[in-house]
Write a protein that binds this ligand. Structure first.
Ligand code: DGL
Length: 276
């Protein structure tokens, strides 16, 4: 079969921060980005809905020919990836893979934390899923993880308010709670692809010397490594250095907002996902 783009999926714009690192690290490939902006945010939705929406998106990208898809969204990775890998992929007749962002993030922790105390900030869905503690327990059972759900952070970013006094207030509020619960935290995972936009506020309200784990580069390194180890998947990925963007919302809104998340100018096409 003909090689096709690598699919990159997020509930909205956040995955653009991951895609940008893919294109920097692995510019030779073609990429197809899909943002489910019409139904974002996923962070406050039930397991059932995140599963359903993510599966609809994955089916759409497979329908476009993608054979490798990255869920560039922590909430979808935390709540839907296992289900897709275990229930859905085995039912397909062709060779294909869906990967997430949690594992590459957790793998990096071992070389970062000295105190063994790690903080995690993410959406309600990611924190409630318990997926990060499960992954950390598998690789680093001695790490103590303290988690904080930050439901206001995504709406602040989505509304372009990430440098505002309001953002400063809510970032401080959640980080204060986290560091009060565990003052020994020396490493903080930004477990949401929107949060790199809040990095200035996060630095301002964090203790000096804190290591902040931003996912983009880690996930890109991990993808590069994966493609080297899996030539049978790599040969299914086309190499034309292109990138197409799809959204389930209005095109004008995506193009305006995407400039906050990405340094390239973006033309997007609206698509409709078939319900399950
Ligand atoms: N991009 C999503 C994540 O990384 C957050 C946005 C949402 O709640 O849909 O978790």
């Amino acid at each position: 079969m003909n090689a096709k783009p690598i699919g990159v999926f997020d509930s909205g714009y956040g995955g653009l921060t991951i895609l940008e690192e893919f294109r920097r690290k692995l510019p030779q490939y073609d990429y197809l980005y899909l943002g489910d902006n019409a139904r974002t945010p996923y962070g406050s939705r039930s397991f059932e809905l995140v599963n359903q929406f993510t599966l609809e998106a994955v089916r759409y990208l497979f329908g476009q020919g993608c054979r490798l898809i990255i869920l560039a969204c922590n909430t979808a990775s935390a709540k839907a990836l296992r289900n897709i890998q275990q229930q859905y992929l085995p039912s397909l007749e062709y060779n294909c893979r869906v990967l997430g962002v949690l594992r590459p993030t957790v793998e990096a922790l071992g070389s970062l934390t000295k105190s063994g105390h790690v903080g995690l900030v993410g959406t309600q869905g990611t924190i409630q899923s318990g997926s990060y503690p499960i992954e950390i327990q598998k690789l680093f059972p001695d790490i103590h993880l303290e988690s904080e759900a930050c439901p206001m952070w995504v709406p602040l970013v989505e509304n372009g308010e990430h440098e505002s006094p309001g953002a400063s207030y809510f970032v401080k509020q959640h980080l204060d709670r986290l560091f009060q619960r565990d003052p020994l935290i020396d490493t903080l995972i930004l477990g949401c692809t929107h949060y790199p936009l809040l990095i200035n506020q996060i630095r301002k309200h964090s203790p000096p010397g804190l290591q902040i784990v931003v996912q983009g580069k880690l996930v890109a390194e991990s993808l590069s490594d994966y493609l080297q180890r899996h030539p049978e998947i790599e040969e299914l990925c086309s190499k034309g250095r292109s990138c197409r963007y799809l959204t389930t919302e209005a095109e004008e809104k995506f193009e305006e907002m995407a400039s906050i998340f990405s340094h390239t100018s973006i033309r997007v096409e609206q698509v409709h996902l078939n319900p399950l």
